[in-house]
Design a protein. Structure first.
Length: 118
């Protein structure tokens, strides 16, 4: 049982990244709850959500949803940079999360390119 998108490695990696971001942002200052915390959580969750939603559509639409997932991955980068500059995360956390975002975006791109256009 289960949905086809749940078998995708890229989907699982998106959930792992979202989980990690959620854990790290729990330590952000309370005054950031409607700022950086909310923004980065929404961006990272959008990656997995767009993969899931797009998988149930036509190939052309799936490619579009993968574009949106990729864009959400890009959106995480400046939020991570601001988090580092505000000392909410250290350089090690920043570098690790940056690399995970980069890897995930490349995987999304590879999946998108593997889907034939109609």
């Amino acid at each position: 049982m289960g949905f086809d998108f749940e078998k995708l490695k890229v989907y699982k990696e998106a959930l792992d990244l979202a989980n990690e971001i959620y854990q790290i942002t729990k330590q952000y200052p309370k005054e950031e709850v409607f700022g950086v915390t909310n923004q980065i959580r929404r961006a990272v969750m959008s990656i997995a959500q767009n993969i899931a939603e797009g998988s149930g559509r036509s190939k052309k639409e799936f490619r579009h949803f993968l574009n949106m997932a990729r864009t959400s991955g890009y959106e995480c980068i400046p939020l991570l940079e601001i988090s580092r500059r505000q000392n909410y995360i250290d350089d090690g956390e920043f570098n690790s999360l940056y690399e995970k975002c980069d890897k995930l975006v490349r995987r999304i791109n590879a999946l998108k390119n593997s889907i034939c256009e109609l």
